[in-house]
Structure formats: structure tokens, C-alpha cells
Design a protein around this ligand. Structure first.
Ligand code: FES
Length: 240
């Protein structure tokens, strides 16, 4: 039996791998180099800092540019091709400009059947853009996302990688309206949202300026299966 797996970029991704400016202004390079030094110092080998550095340069232009790739290569002693190979593997690294808020609708199996497809279709209509595009006011970039391991709260929407659980088409459009109005929006877990550029800096490992909301605990839906298993004396087999 053969299985045919079509591989390629996501439907909304631009064909050209990475574009944008080729160089940063000197002051931008100096500022990013300061931040990069802090990040690189955490690793025994500089090249291990590539993933956080890609988030750092993404915070500069809201997407990866040729300038960002060259910056990472120069900081880490890698080639342009090596950095590009890593950068184009992970979908969190964007190849086109991102709005203030990256709104991702999970359309993987569980979220899709629980309403994720309907949410994405409704948001596309409501915002007047297809997935992969940004609203004219630069507020929202809409995209579909793959499973983010929050299936027990399906369907989920993520904004700048923060979870909004158990969404519906109407709650998702209300969320989009709040974002476009510039109101403070708090996800299901964690502190209020910040702009995509700040989220990228936080993902790079730089300080998160938002107040600490403490450790997240497992929610009701996550623990339900565990309770059923315990009530019925179910156990997992011993490891061989
Ligand atoms: S299928 Fe949507 S979070 Fe898993």
C-alpha cells in the first residue's frame, strides 16, 4: 500500500521564501546586537540561539527579512543558507508583514468539527480578508493554524499565541472587533495581550513587561478524563 502525502507551503503562504529589506540601519543593528548578546550568552554554543534570534529579528519588522536572516547568520557564525533552512521550516516564523495581532484559527480535526472551519469562514467574511492577509488598518493578520494542543477546549483561536478557548463564530467576531477598537483584551489564560512585536521579543527570551499572572493550572476539561480513569480504576501499563 502506498500513501501519497502532498508536501508544500501552507495555502496562504507567499511563494517567495524570504524577502524584505537586505540591510538594517546601523542603529537597528546595534540595538539588536545588544539583545542578541544577552540571548546568545545563555547557550554553550552560539548556534543554539538561532530559534530565539529568529524571534528577535521578527520583532523588528513583524516578519523575517533578508536583513534579519543576515543578522542571525553574522551573530551566530552560520551561513545565510543554514539560517534560511531553519527559518523556513517553522510556521511561527512569518514571511510576510504581520498585523498588530496575529489571529490564528485552529482548523485541525477536532477544532474543525467543533466549529473551527465555521469560525475561520466567519472571520474572513467579517474582516473582508482571506486567511493569510492583513486588514487594511494593520490591526489583524488572519491565518489558520494547526493543532496547538488545546483540543480539550476546542475550537480554539489564538491571538499572538495566547489561547481563546471554546470559541464560536460570534465570540470570535466580537474578539476581532475588540482588537480593532484598540481595547485591552485578556486571553482565557494569562495576562492581557500585547502587540505582535512585543510577543516576538518575549518569545526571543527577553523580559515580558506584562504583570505575572502566576502559573497556569489544568482546567476542568483537561482533568475530566483523568477523573473518569481514576473512578474506574483505569491504569496505564507498566513500561517494559
Ligand atoms: S485540534 Fe485544535 S487545538 Fe488541537
Amino acid at each position: 500500500m502506498s500513501i501519497d502525502l502532498p508536501l508544500g507551503s501552507r495555502p496562504e503562504e507567499p511563494i517567495s521564501p524570504i524577502g524584505g529589506p537586505r540591510r538594517y540601519p546601523a542603529e537597528v543593528t546595534a540595538r539588536l546586537a545588544d539583545d542578541a548578546a544577552t540571548i546568545i550568552a545563555r547557550y554553550p554554543q552560539a548556534r543554539s540561539a538561532l530559534l530565539p534570534l529568529l524571534h528577535l529579528v521578527q520583532s523588528q519588522d513583524s516578519y523575517l527579512t533578508q536583513a534579519g536572516i543576515d543578522f542571525c547568520a553574522a551573530q551566530l557564525g552560520l551561513t545565510h543558507a543554514e539560517v534560511t533552512a531553519v527559518a523556513t521550516f517553522y510556521t511561527m516564523y512569518r514571511r510576510s508583514p504581520t498585523g498588530r495581532y496575529l489571529v490564528g484559527v485552529c482548523t485541525n480535526t477536532l477544532c474543525a468539527i467543533m466549529g473551527g472551519d465555521a469560525i475561520l469562514a466567519t472571520l474572513q467574511d467579517h474582516l473582508g480578508i482571506p486567511a493569510g492577509e492583513t486588514t487594511d488598518d494593520g490591526t489583524i493578520t488572519l491565518e489558520h493554524i494547526e493543532c496547538n494542543a488545546a483540543c480539550d477546549y476546542a475550537p480554539v483561536v489564538m491571538v499572538n499565541w495566547e489561547f481563546f478557548d471554546n470559541q464560536t463564530p460570534s465570540s470570535a467576531t466580537a474578539l476581532a472587533d475588540e482588537l480593532r477598537a484598540g481595547n485591552t483584551v485578556v486571553p482565557t489564560r494569562g495576562a492581557a495581550l500585547c502587540p505582535f512585536s512585543q510577543t516576538s521579543r518575549t518569545l526571543a527570551g527577553l523580559p515580558d513587561p506584562r504583570p505575572d499572572t502566576g502559573p497556569a493550572s489544568a482546567g476542568e476539561a483537561t482533568l475530566a478524563g483523568l477523573r473518569v480513569a481514576r473512578a474506574n480504576g483505569m491504569t496505564t501499563p507498566e513500561a517494559p
